[in-house]
Design a protein around this ligand. Structure first.
Ligand SMILES: [Zn+2]
Length: 236
Protein backbone atom coordinates (compact mmCIF):
# COMPACT_ATOMS: atom_id res chain seq x y z
CA UNK A 1 0.00 0.00 0.00
CA UNK A 2 1.07 3.57 -0.63
CA UNK A 3 1.12 6.23 2.08
CA UNK A 4 -0.21 9.72 1.50
CA UNK A 5 3.15 11.19 2.43
CA UNK A 6 6.72 10.38 1.42
CA UNK A 7 8.85 8.05 3.60
CA UNK A 8 12.12 9.45 4.94
CA UNK A 9 14.73 7.29 6.68
CA UNK A 10 16.47 9.68 9.04
CA UNK A 11 14.31 9.19 12.12
CA UNK A 12 14.63 5.39 11.86
CA UNK A 13 18.40 5.16 11.40
CA UNK A 14 21.13 5.30 14.03
CA UNK A 15 24.11 7.63 14.12
CA UNK A 16 26.45 7.23 11.12
CA UNK A 17 24.05 4.88 9.34
CA UNK A 18 23.31 5.41 5.66
CA UNK A 19 21.20 3.72 2.98
CA UNK A 20 22.50 4.12 -0.58
CA UNK A 21 19.94 4.42 -3.37
CA UNK A 22 20.58 4.83 -7.10
CA UNK A 23 17.86 6.06 -9.45
CA UNK A 24 17.10 6.14 -13.18
CA UNK A 25 18.97 3.02 -14.41
CA UNK A 26 19.77 0.47 -15.42
CA UNK A 27 22.47 1.67 -17.80
CA UNK A 28 25.61 0.40 -19.46
CA UNK A 29 28.69 1.97 -21.03
CA UNK A 30 30.86 -0.19 -23.25
CA UNK A 31 33.96 2.04 -23.34
CA UNK A 32 36.66 1.25 -20.76
CA UNK A 33 36.79 3.06 -17.44
CA UNK A 34 37.06 5.85 -16.47
CA UNK A 35 35.12 7.14 -19.49
CA UNK A 36 31.85 8.71 -18.35
CA UNK A 37 28.47 7.09 -18.88
CA UNK A 38 26.08 4.92 -16.91
CA UNK A 39 27.73 1.94 -15.16
CA UNK A 40 25.12 0.11 -13.11
CA UNK A 41 26.97 -3.22 -13.02
CA UNK A 42 30.30 -1.66 -12.04
CA UNK A 43 28.61 0.21 -9.17
CA UNK A 44 26.90 -2.97 -8.03
CA UNK A 45 30.17 -4.97 -8.19
CA UNK A 46 32.20 -2.32 -6.38
CA UNK A 47 29.74 -2.05 -3.48
CA UNK A 48 29.48 -5.84 -3.28
CA UNK A 49 33.26 -6.10 -2.81
CA UNK A 50 32.93 -3.74 0.15
CA UNK A 51 30.05 -5.78 1.61
CA UNK A 52 27.53 -2.98 0.98
CA UNK A 53 24.01 -3.70 -0.29
CA UNK A 54 22.29 -0.81 -2.09
CA UNK A 55 18.94 -0.20 -3.75
CA UNK A 56 18.46 0.58 -7.45
CA UNK A 57 15.18 2.28 -8.42
CA UNK A 58 14.90 1.41 -12.11
CA UNK A 59 12.80 2.89 -14.91
CA UNK A 60 10.94 0.42 -17.08
CA UNK A 61 11.93 2.01 -20.39
CA UNK A 62 15.57 1.07 -19.65
CA UNK A 63 14.88 -2.12 -17.69
CA UNK A 64 13.11 -3.68 -20.67
CA UNK A 65 16.37 -3.52 -22.67
CA UNK A 66 18.73 -4.68 -19.91
CA UNK A 67 17.30 -7.61 -17.90
CA UNK A 68 20.77 -9.15 -17.53
CA UNK A 69 21.93 -6.08 -15.58
CA UNK A 70 19.05 -6.42 -13.15
CA UNK A 71 19.83 -10.11 -12.67
CA UNK A 72 23.49 -9.40 -11.95
CA UNK A 73 22.60 -6.53 -9.60
CA UNK A 74 20.26 -8.79 -7.64
CA UNK A 75 22.82 -11.61 -7.53
CA UNK A 76 25.31 -9.16 -5.97
CA UNK A 77 22.91 -8.64 -3.06
CA UNK A 78 21.25 -5.39 -4.09
CA UNK A 79 17.57 -4.55 -4.13
CA UNK A 80 15.67 -3.53 -7.27
CA UNK A 81 12.80 -1.03 -6.86
CA UNK A 82 10.16 0.53 -9.12
CA UNK A 83 10.72 4.10 -10.41
CA UNK A 84 7.85 4.05 -13.01
CA UNK A 85 8.05 3.15 -16.69
CA UNK A 86 8.62 6.55 -18.34
CA UNK A 87 9.91 8.67 -15.43
CA UNK A 88 7.09 11.19 -15.68
CA UNK A 89 6.21 13.60 -12.87
CA UNK A 90 3.16 11.63 -11.68
CA UNK A 91 1.33 14.66 -10.27
CA UNK A 92 1.47 16.38 -13.67
CA UNK A 93 0.79 13.13 -15.52
CA UNK A 94 -2.32 12.37 -13.46
CA UNK A 95 -3.62 15.92 -13.95
CA UNK A 96 -3.44 15.28 -17.72
CA UNK A 97 -5.40 12.01 -17.29
CA UNK A 98 -2.27 9.88 -17.67
CA UNK A 99 -2.51 6.24 -16.59
CA UNK A 100 -0.46 6.14 -13.37
CA UNK A 101 -1.42 2.52 -12.69
CA UNK A 102 0.15 1.37 -15.93
CA UNK A 103 3.34 3.31 -15.07
CA UNK A 104 3.75 1.04 -12.05
CA UNK A 105 2.34 -2.18 -13.52
CA UNK A 106 4.53 -2.18 -16.64
CA UNK A 107 7.70 -1.77 -14.59
CA UNK A 108 6.52 -4.38 -12.04
CA UNK A 109 6.23 -6.94 -14.83
CA UNK A 110 9.85 -6.25 -15.87
CA UNK A 111 11.42 -6.27 -12.41
CA UNK A 112 9.36 -8.68 -10.31
CA UNK A 113 11.60 -11.70 -10.91
CA UNK A 114 14.68 -9.66 -9.90
CA UNK A 115 13.23 -8.21 -6.69
CA UNK A 116 14.85 -9.74 -3.64
CA UNK A 117 12.28 -10.03 -0.85
CA UNK A 118 8.53 -9.96 -0.32
CA UNK A 119 7.75 -6.37 -1.37
CA UNK A 120 8.38 -3.99 -4.25
CA UNK A 121 9.61 -0.59 -3.06
CA UNK A 122 8.46 2.41 -5.07
CA UNK A 123 10.03 5.83 -5.53
CA UNK A 124 8.18 8.52 -7.55
CA UNK A 125 10.25 10.50 -10.09
CA UNK A 126 11.44 13.85 -8.66
CA UNK A 127 9.79 12.87 -5.35
CA UNK A 128 6.55 14.31 -6.78
CA UNK A 129 3.54 12.82 -4.99
CA UNK A 130 0.13 13.60 -3.54
CA UNK A 131 -2.67 11.75 -1.77
CA UNK A 132 -4.81 11.43 -4.91
CA UNK A 133 -2.08 9.34 -6.55
CA UNK A 134 -1.85 7.18 -3.42
CA UNK A 135 -5.63 6.74 -3.59
CA UNK A 136 -5.66 5.81 -7.29
CA UNK A 137 -2.90 3.21 -6.87
CA UNK A 138 -4.32 1.76 -3.64
CA UNK A 139 -7.65 1.16 -5.44
CA UNK A 140 -5.90 -1.37 -7.70
CA UNK A 141 -4.61 -4.43 -5.81
CA UNK A 142 -2.33 -5.40 -8.73
CA UNK A 143 -0.10 -2.40 -8.12
CA UNK A 144 -0.66 -1.86 -4.39
CA UNK A 145 -0.54 -5.26 -2.67
CA UNK A 146 3.07 -6.06 -1.68
CA UNK A 147 4.16 -2.52 -2.59
CA UNK A 148 5.80 -0.09 -0.17
CA UNK A 149 6.19 3.62 -0.81
CA UNK A 150 6.56 6.32 -1.75
CA UNK A 151 10.23 6.24 -0.68
CA UNK A 152 11.97 9.63 -0.57
CA UNK A 153 15.56 10.51 0.38
CA UNK A 154 17.12 12.45 3.23
CA UNK A 155 20.34 13.52 1.50
CA UNK A 156 20.59 14.39 -2.20
CA UNK A 157 24.16 14.01 -3.49
CA UNK A 158 23.18 16.15 -6.50
CA UNK A 159 25.49 13.97 -8.58
CA UNK A 160 23.71 14.84 -11.86
CA UNK A 161 24.28 18.53 -11.08
CA UNK A 162 28.01 17.86 -10.58
CA UNK A 163 28.23 16.29 -14.05
CA UNK A 164 26.14 19.11 -15.55
CA UNK A 165 28.51 21.71 -14.10
CA UNK A 166 31.70 19.79 -14.94
CA UNK A 167 32.73 19.04 -11.34
CA UNK A 168 35.12 16.14 -10.76
CA UNK A 169 34.03 12.99 -8.90
CA UNK A 170 36.20 13.89 -5.88
CA UNK A 171 34.71 17.41 -5.71
CA UNK A 172 31.28 15.84 -5.87
CA UNK A 173 32.20 13.36 -3.10
CA UNK A 174 33.44 16.22 -0.88
CA UNK A 175 30.18 18.16 -1.24
CA UNK A 176 28.16 14.99 -0.63
CA UNK A 177 30.11 14.23 2.58
CA UNK A 178 29.54 17.81 3.73
CA UNK A 179 25.81 17.38 3.15
CA UNK A 180 25.77 14.08 5.05
CA UNK A 181 27.58 15.56 8.06
CA UNK A 182 25.34 18.64 8.06
CA UNK A 183 22.21 16.46 7.84
CA UNK A 184 22.73 14.62 11.11
CA UNK A 185 25.01 11.84 9.76
CA UNK A 186 22.18 9.47 8.89
CA UNK A 187 19.58 8.86 6.22
CA UNK A 188 18.72 7.64 2.75
CA UNK A 189 21.20 8.93 0.13
CA UNK A 190 20.09 9.73 -3.43
CA UNK A 191 22.45 9.19 -6.37
CA UNK A 192 21.92 8.27 -10.03
CA UNK A 193 23.50 5.33 -11.88
CA UNK A 194 21.91 6.71 -15.07
CA UNK A 195 19.71 9.66 -16.16
CA UNK A 196 16.20 9.01 -17.35
CA UNK A 197 15.46 12.31 -19.08
CA UNK A 198 18.49 14.15 -20.43
CA UNK A 199 20.70 12.19 -22.84
CA UNK A 200 23.67 14.56 -22.43
CA UNK A 201 23.65 14.04 -18.65
CA UNK A 202 23.34 10.30 -19.07
CA UNK A 203 26.48 10.29 -21.22
CA UNK A 204 28.29 12.52 -18.67
CA UNK A 205 27.50 10.28 -15.67
CA UNK A 206 30.51 9.72 -13.38
CA UNK A 207 28.71 8.26 -10.37
CA UNK A 208 30.81 5.07 -10.46
CA UNK A 209 33.92 7.23 -9.94
CA UNK A 210 32.06 9.28 -7.33
CA UNK A 211 31.34 6.29 -5.11
CA UNK A 212 35.00 5.19 -5.29
CA UNK A 213 35.87 8.48 -3.55
CA UNK A 214 32.79 8.73 -1.36
CA UNK A 215 32.34 5.26 0.13
CA UNK A 216 35.93 4.61 1.35
CA UNK A 217 35.97 8.05 3.00
CA UNK A 218 32.65 7.36 4.74
CA UNK A 219 33.91 3.95 5.92
CA UNK A 220 37.05 5.67 7.32
CA UNK A 221 34.78 8.05 9.20
CA UNK A 222 32.94 5.15 10.83
CA UNK A 223 29.77 5.06 8.75
CA UNK A 224 27.88 1.82 8.14
CA UNK A 225 25.43 1.00 5.38
CA UNK A 226 22.06 -0.77 5.39
CA UNK A 227 19.86 -1.88 2.52
CA UNK A 228 16.51 -0.09 2.20
CA UNK A 229 14.55 -3.07 3.52
CA UNK A 230 16.80 -3.10 6.62
CA UNK A 231 15.55 0.31 7.78
CA UNK A 232 13.60 -0.44 10.95
CA UNK A 233 9.85 -0.17 10.45
CA UNK A 234 9.95 0.57 6.72
CA UNK A 235 7.74 -2.35 5.70
CA UNK A 236 5.36 -2.18 8.67
ZN1 LIG B 1 14.47 9.60 -11.16
Amino acid sequence: MYENGLFYGRSSLGDRTLCLTFDDGPGRTDSPQPAPGPRTVEIAQYLHKLGIRATFFVVGKFACELPEIMRETQELGHLIGNHTYDHFDLVDYASENGDVISQIARTDSLIRSYVDGPVIFFRPPYGKWDSSIAGALNADPEVSADHVGPIAWDIDCRDWKCWQEGHSPDQCADSCIRRIEESGRRGIILMHDCTADIEALKLANRTFELIQHLVPELLDRGYRFVRLDEIPGIVA
